[in-house]
Every structure is written in C-alpha cells, then in structure tokens.
Design a protein around this ligand. Structure first.
Ligand code: F0G
Length: 418
C-alpha cells in the first residue's frame, strides 16, 4: 500500500494564513476565516490513481491517500460512500435531456451524505483525544454524528431547532445515544451556540465549519468521476443549506484536475429553497456578499438555514464553473419528490429532491442544453421524513376482508383516476 499522505495543513480561505494540520482549530486565529485542508501538490502527483484505488471497493476509504488521517488503526468506518449512480431514463424522456443520473446519497449508512464527512471527522476527534462530539443540526448531521460517535465510544451532544426536525432523523439521534437538546430557535441559533461551546476543550465540533468533514465529503466527486468511466458531468445539481457539501464537491473535482485526470470541472448548479435562499439572492444580485435571512421557512427542513457559513466558497464554486444558483418553491420540491419516486423508484427527502426541482425548472427556462450530461445529488433518503408524504394524502381507503369489497374499492379508485 502507498504511504498515506503526511503533508497537509490548514489554510485560511480569507487571509491565507497557514496552520499545522494537527492543531485543534476551526477558524483562522488572525482573521476568523474558515480553514481549508491543503496537501503538498508534489505528493498528490505521486499517487497512482488507477492501481492502488482500484484494489479497494468504491467508497470513502478507497481514496485513503487523499484523506488527512494520521493513524489507520483509529479509522471509524461503516463502509460509507460507494453509493449508486443511477441512470434516470424516464426523466430523460420526460425532460428531453440526453443523460440524467442521480447520485443516491440516501444509500449511506445513516441515510444521508453526512456519513462521508463523519467517518473522517469522528476519526479526527479520536486523533485529537476528544471525549465529546457536538453539532448543530437540521437533522441529518445529528443522525450521522450520533451513529459514528456511538461506534467510536464518544459522547455526543446535538442541538436542533425545536419542532423543525424530521421525525426519522430525531429518532436516529436518540437511539444512537446522543444527548439531544431542542433549542427554541432556528438552525442558525443552534450553530451560534455550539460554536461557543466548542471553545471548551472537551468538545469537538463537527459541523461543516470543520474542514475535515468536507475532506470526507469530497470523495463523492471522485466516485462520480469513476462511475462515469473517468469523465465528469456537464452539470452538477446540488442542494445548498449551510453550503458545505457544494464546497466539498468543488474541492473534489479541483483535486482531480490538479492530479491531471480531468481538464474541466462540471458547472455547479446549486439550489436553495426559496424561503431560505440568501445565497440565491446574492447570486442573482451579482453581490460578493450575502445578506442573512432571519425568518426562514421551507418544507425541506434540512436546508432551512438563513446564515450559511460556507456561502463564500459556494458562490465561488458556482461562479468559477459557469454555474447557477436557483431557488425552488415548496410546491416544486414536492412535485419533484413525487416525480422522482413515481418515475424512477427513488425516494428522496424534500431537500434531496430539490436538485430535481431545479433541473425541471432549468429545462423549462432553457437554462441547460438538451445534450447535457447531468448528475443530481440526492442528499438524503425519503424515509427520513415520511410525514411530508403522508400529510399530502387523505385517509386510506379501508375495506372489509373479502374479495368483493377489494374489487369494488379498486374499481372506484380507477374510476377516480380517470
Ligand atoms: N440535503 C440534506 C438532506 C441535508 O441534510 C443538508 C444539510 C443539505 C442537503 C445541505 O448540505 O449544509 O452542506 O449545504 N443538512 C445539515 C444538517 C445542515 O444539519 O443535517 P449543506
């Protein structure tokens, strides 16, 4: 096996200050900016992509040499990643687009893409000797952190917005043994509080402020490249909440480029729910900064965020790749969720269906070429939030336990359908 990369450090995304990769910091000590993990280019170039990686199954740790972990014996893994890239021929036909794929991140161990980040992040928590992991969450981060912390034998504390988290996600955090506090406020309040808590040395913060998480999440870009036969899509449709994941994909594709494996990046098509869309607003106004939104609201509770921490790099990712940021209504999200489930058999939670909603809109508005190859990132499984579906249907039809009643009810149902 190739010697793992040893040379990495943090670089402030604002002032460029450099810090040792083993320091327990989340922000630049000089200007407060977010940190990026950087590797020695010359070392990256030494990695024989095809040989060492292909001996391992598709998944986050296939790319071990591109991940910033010191000690293999500490890796906390549930074989995350390696999710299916599904060709969606019915959608292609309906929308008249040449190639549409879904990268189904709902297939991860806890049902969302967060597991890619947590396998690296919780491993780093062990490396720095933390006892307790903490996060703020709209749901999925808490499910994932709770599960990985349980496996690692760490305590876990999560702060969630009271009454605004899907039941599936909440039950996961609870059953994995996290201390769950429901904060009377939104996600942005929860994040402010855990940032304060993280000053206490006992706590290790695992929101996407923690750049190690994004290192794990970037592996989805490597997988897409491999699953498409070593090519990149023309367009990548991806939801934006706190804006960590879009930044992670951007980093993944940029690393492929610096390894000389690809010569262009996909255009990033980020999408927000209209009721929580500060990055969309900045994008259409051509602004270099966002105006945080106070009273955010959307059925896609996973992305109900008004003050996304990673907004700066998200805007850069979109602008530098000639992409777009779109905003979709709750109705468009629910419609996309239904279409994806009923035409392709893929059940996405509302935030996970938002890229499909944006794709449908982009096609209608002539924003993408019909001969494009499109990949949509379905970030979370529909079973996380079954209430959203059930609330839309009336009472189920009940029948007596005899065949005549069943046939009669079926006739009535098909008459209604016509
Ligand atoms: N899709 C789903 C299903 C999510 O859970 C999230 C974020 C996103 C998209 C957006 O990703 O924040 O990296 O831009 N969920 C976080 C959480 C905020 O707490 O679970 P992002």
């Amino acid at each position: 096996m190739i010697e793992a990369l040893r040379k990495y450090w943090f670089r402030c995304i604002d002032c460029g200050a450099r810090y040792d990769g083993d320091e327990k910091i989340y922000f630049c000590k000089k200007c407060g900016g977010l940190l990026d993990v950087e590797y020695e280019d010359s070392e990256l170039a030494l990695i024989p992509w095809s040989k060492s990686f292909q001996e391992r199954p598709l998944g986050v740790w296939r790319y071990r040499e591109l991940l910033p972990v010191r000690d293999d014996s500490k890796i906390v893994t549930m074989n995350e990643g390696g999710t299916r890239l599904i060709r969606c021929r019915n959608l292609e036909k309906a929308l008249g687009v040449k190639e549409i794929y879904v990268k189904n991140e709902g297939g991860n161990p806890t049902g969302s893409f967060k597991d890619r980040g947590m396998t690296v992040g919780v491993t780093k928590a062990l490396e720095v000797g933390a006892r307790t992991t903490i996060c703020a969450s709209t749901g999925n981060t808490s499910s994932s952190l709770a599960a990985y912390s349980a496996k690692a034998g760490l305590e876990c504390v999560v702060l969630v917005p009271a009454g605004k988290i899907a039941l599936g996600k909440l039950s996961q955090a609870i059953i994995h043994g996290a201390k769950v506090l429901a904060v009377r406020g939104g996600f942005d309040d929860c994040l402010r509080l855990v940032k304060e808590l993280s000053r206490d040395k006992r706590f290790y913060l695992l929101n996407s402020i923690n750049s190690f998480r994004l290192e794990g999440q970037k592996t989805a870009a490597f997988e897409i490249y491999e699953q498409l036969g070593r090519e990149v899509p023309d367009k990548l449709f991806i939801p934006i909440g706190n804006a960590g994941n879009i930044v992670a994909y951007w980093k993944g594709f940029r690393e492929l480029k610096s390894l000389g494996l690809i010569d262009k990046l996909p255009s990033f098509m980020g999408v927000q729910a209209i009721g929580a869309s500060p990055i969309y607003k900045a994008f259409i106004q051509g602004s270099d900064t966002i105006t945080p939104m106070e009273n955010v609201e959307t059925i896609a509770t996973a992305i109900r965020i008004g003050r996304p921490v990673n907004w700066k790099r998200a805007l850069k990712a979109v602008r530098e790749t000639n992409g777009l940021v779109g905003a979709v209504t709750d109705e468009e999200i629910l419609n996309a969720q239904r279409i994806l489930a009923s035409k392709e058999g893929i059940f996405a939670e509302p935030a996970g269906a938002s890229p499909i909603a944006f794709l449908i809109k982009a096609v209608k508005e002539g924003l993408i070429e019909k001969d494009s190859r499109v990949v949509c990132i379905v970030t979370g499984h529909g079973l996380k939030d079954p209430d959203v579906v059930l609330k839309q249907v009336g009472k189920l039809t009940e029948v007596e336990a005899d065949i005549d009643s069943v046939l009669k009810a079926l006739r009535a149902a098909s008459a209604k359908a016509i």
